[in-house]
Design a protein. Structure first.
Length: 604
């Protein structure tokens, strides 16, 4: 079980006795919890252990605790893990800055709970990666922060009502991170956000925002950007890898997973690394040859696992652990049991992956030319940039130049609706709800602060701010640890400083990343352009489990309360071998919302 927590914060000195009473009640009802900090304005309780990547860091003189993983920065570069006891000087800097120095001098994945003994003010901060959630419930007297919704619900401190607007948004775009939760009564901090409790009031603040780096000092030189990108990837991957002795790396053989493997093996550490490659039937679904090529290059063992729909036990979803918000369920339903068994058999500590690489390394080329013009105008360098974009996009130089001129004259406002609101997913949500939804505001609560930067950079930020896969809900018996190092704060800060047109350097998609690692990995993998697909695997899961899925979805409150369109779900599930009609694999993507509502409906 990963570490979980409760933080009980009185709103005033008069409420401290109430806070202590609740803390005792938590320990009485949930016996696995114990107190690790008991200050007048902040009580922190934790439970669980076993993940080598999760720890508790205690600030000097009881002035706070950081739960998670902390790494330091040396001369601005990410470096090793810090001691569990934060010394006096570091504590003073963190507390006096109300936590700002925590994000400036450290990075990792954490939930921070700080307490200034002089002002008696508590501060709570969620790290920029968003890897550890901070949910909270507010009463007249207390703020109760927690990581596990099921544990909070067991206390029965409040009735719960579904926030169907949040759930409908999740159904339209399951990967986006939203500013609220699936319950009206439960709030949360978004990544990089903090809150301070003073005089009975809660004040939220932005501690970290992509704007700081998009508008700061830019890495406009391709050679410099390539070097810093490579160094930062190697630094963050090595920092995470140093926490573990035995790693399973999810290796497709494509660019992103190969880059992570290159960083894992350079310099070659004394740790065991085993690669796993998934494949399924279909010409676009078998990447074993590329994975084999990478594994042989780095001299590691490669295991292959065919995705077999008949091996997927969907009945497990009725027992999935659920959070305060629905989560993407595709991978969990299809692979969690196998991955648990493999980790147990190999005695592995963690799974690594290249998740997030497409966004981090700037896949695609939309608006790149507008980005260049907004920064440099129509100077001599534009010819080379247009040629590179032409190679990536397979569009003519003249079409790219024409579009650039039109956008420069008339202006261009990036439309998040068209890019992130998939047509098929939209149709699952009833028309009544679709009409009420302000997509731009809800999909990207951070977007208004980015409107001064080029459209290409807004799109780049959006693709990197998708809900991090580190927050995996799963069956309790399938508990495993995951690490996605490409989503680390230092790497995000670097890529936000790189103009988007540099990402297609040398005329290749994600060309800057390819150049950064061209000497660290096999050319066949570093310069691979195609990506595998697995839709046929999920279509087969739907066919084999059609009756179960139909009954499970149709019995959901989302259908009964007309949040989902019954007709759209029926259409997505329909298939006919004789007429060559396949089910829509996106029905799997809405399962996160259905599982969430079905699991919670008896608790509200």
């Amino acid at each position: 079980m990963a570490q979980s927590y409760f933080a009980v914060i009185p709103k005033s000195t008069a409420d401290e006795a109430i806070a202590h009473t609740l803390a005792q009640e938590i320990k009485r009802r949930l016996i696995e919890y114990h107190t690790i900090l008991d200050a007048p304005g902040l009580i922190l309780l934790v439970a669980g252990s076993g993940d080598k990547g999760i720890d508790t860091y205690v600030l000097n003189d009881g002035q706070g605790v950081v739960i998670g993983t902390l790494f330091s920065r040396a001369q601005g570069r990410p470096s090793g893990r810090v001691d569990r006891q934060i010394d006096q000087a570091a504590t003073k800097a963190i507390v006096n800055s109300k936590g700002a120095k925590l994000l400036e001098n450290y990075w990792g994945r954490y939930a921070a709970f700080l307490y200034d003994g002089q002002t008696r003010l508590p501060t709570v901060i969620r790290d920029p990666s968003g890897s550890i959630p901070i949910f909270y419930f507010e009463t007249k007297n207390l703020i109760i922060c927690f990581s596990e919704m099921e544990h909070f619900a067991a206390l029965r401190l409040t009735s719960l009502t579904f926030n169907y607007e949040h759930i409908a948004f999740f159904t339209r775009l399951p990967l986006m991170d939203y500013p609220d939760t699936g319950f009206h009564e439960i709030n949360k901090l978004v990544p990089g956000q903090g809150m301070t409790i003073a005089d009975g009031n809660v004040t939220k603040s932005v501690y970290w925002h992509p704007r700081q780096f998009c508008e700061g000092e830019q890495l406009k030189d391709a050679q410099t950007a390539t070097r810093i990108l490579r160094e930062t990837v190697e630094d963050v991957v090595q920092s995470w890898a140093d926490l573990y002795d035995n790693i399973i790396h999810r290796l497709s053989g494509g660019l992103d997973s190969t880059i992570v493997l290159a960083a894992l093996k350079s310099p070659s550490p004394e740790r065991k690394i085993t690669a796993i490659c998934y494949y399924s039937d279909g010409i676009d679904s078998d990447e074993r040859e590329r994975a084999k090529n990478a594994a042989e290059h780095y001299d590691i063992e490669l295991l292959s696992k065919k995705d077999v729909a008949s091996e997927v036990d969907l009945s497990l979803i009725t027992e999935f652990r659920v959070s305060a918000e629905p989560i993407m369920s595709r991978h969990i339903m299809a692979k969690a049991t196998f991955e648990r068994d493999l980790a147990s058999r190999l005695d592995a500590d963690v799974y690594f992956s290249g998740e997030g690489g497409d966004g981090i390394f700037g896949a695609g080329s939309r608006f790149f030319i507008e980005d260049y013009i907004s920064r440099n105008g129509f100077d001599r360098g534009i010819v080379s940039i247009i040629q590179q974009i032409s190679q990536v996009s397979q569009r003519s130089v003249w079409k790219i130049l024409g579009k650039a001129l039109r956008c420069h004259i008339s202006g261009h406002d990036w439309d998040i609706t068209s890019d992130f609101s998939d047509t098929n997913s939209v149709h699952f949500v009833s028309q009544d709800f679709n009409k009420q939804i302000d997509v731009r505001q809800r999909f990207a609560h951070w977007l208004p602060d980015l409107e001064r930067i080029p459209a290409a950079k807004q799109l780049h930020v959006a693709t990197t701010r998708l809900s991090t896969p580190l927050r995996r809900s799963t069956h309790p018996k399938n508990e495993i640890s995951w690490c996605h190092p490409l989503l680390s704060q230092p790497l995000l800060e670097v890529v936000y400083r790189i103009p988007t047109y540099l990402f297609c350097h040398t005329g290749a998609d994600r060309g800057l990343a390819r150049m950064a690692f061209k000497d660290q990995g096999p050319k066949r993998n570093i310069f691979a352009q195609s990506k595998g697909g697995i839709n046929n695997f999920y279509q087969e899961i739907i066919r084999l489990n059609h009756d179960f899925l139909r009954d499970y979805i149709m019995s959901s409150t989302l259908i009964k309360d007309r949040i989902l369109s019954k007709e759209a779900v029926e259409k997505a599930l329909r298939f006919s071998i004789e007429d060559n009609i396949n089910p829509n694999p996106q029905i799997i993507d809405i399962m996160g919302a259905v599982i969430y509502c079905n699991r919670w409906k008896h608790s509200i």
